[in-house]
Ligand binder design. Structure first.
Ligand SMILES: Nc1ncnc2c1ncn2[C@@H]1O[C@H](COP(=O)(O)OP(=O)(O)OP(=O)(O)O)[C@@H](O)[C@H]1O
Ligand SMILES: [Mg+2]
Length: 211
């Protein structure tokens, strides 16, 4: 069985990742392809328990380094139990946030040493890296407004200041510039249908680069 494809959605709060992930998964499933929709932090029972620790509570509950280690503990469990088995059986995995969120949130915006994050990527991911990453880009104020309108639990990162979110946005754009063969920036300001069309063409455009 051919190895599956690994697609990740990244970007700041309220950019429309979760909305678009459902749409992409539904489109990819037509024709009988097995598609696993998952998310981070979380995606496996152990990782979901860590998600609860990381996304709830005061903004300063964890230091950036502690948060990085929690994210990587949850990511390792998710990879071992869900992502790798799915890719090995030929499924496509579409994941709402992945390693780039750690680079952006805990690294660029949070201040964790990028060398620690790079070491964790090497030792913990061990080559389980996305084929395609879509970076959803939106002015910070628009994203936070959308996120607040939807508000509920898991507000810990949304409660960080404007500066944090501006650094985050720039960090994601920098990742896209550095790795254009993997990443596409999706202008997330349009209607859900417009964004869906951009997502579809970006996925196939980037996959074609790997063929
Ligand atoms: N293109 C769009 N135009 C307007 N509103 C949108 C659009 N896409 C999503 N929304 C709405 O914005 C809110 C945030 O969307 P969504 O939850 O998909 O974002 P997200 O990127 O997953 O956010 P988070 O990072 O906080 O998980 C939701 O209420 C959703 O219905
Ligand atoms: Mg979401």
């Amino acid at each position: 069985m051919a190895q599956g494809r690994f697609i990740t959605f990244e970007g700041g709060e309220g950019a429309g990742k979760s909305t678009q992930l459902k749409r992409l998964v539904a489109r990819l499933q037509t024709g009988g392809r097995e598609v696993v929709a998952t998310r981070e932090p979380g995606g496996s029972p152990g990782a979901e328990a860590i998600r609860d620790l990381v996304l709830n509570g005061n903004a300063d509950r964890w230091s950036p380094v502690t948060e990085t280690l929690l994210m990587y503990a949850s990511r390792r469990d998710h990879i071992e139990r869900v992502i790798r088995p799915a890719l090995a059986r030929g499924a496509w995995v579409v994941c709402d946030r992945f390693a780039d969120s750690t680079r952006a949130y805990q690294g660029a915006a949070g201040g964790t040493d990028p060398a620690l994050i790079a070491a964790l990527e090497t030792c913990v991911l061990e080559g389980t890296r996305p084929d395609v990453t879509l970076i959803f880009d939106l002015p910070v104020a628009v994203g936070l407004e959308r996120a607040h309108a939807r508000a509920g639990a898991e507000m810990r990162f949304e409660s960080k200041g404007q500066d944090f979110h501006e650094r985050l946005r720039e960090a994601f754009l920098a990742i896209a510039r550095a790795e254009p063969e993997r990443c596409a920036v999706i202008d997330a300001t349009g209607s859900p249908d417009e964004v869906e069309a951009k997502v579809w063409s970006a996925v196939w455009g980037l996959l074609a680069v790997h063929e």
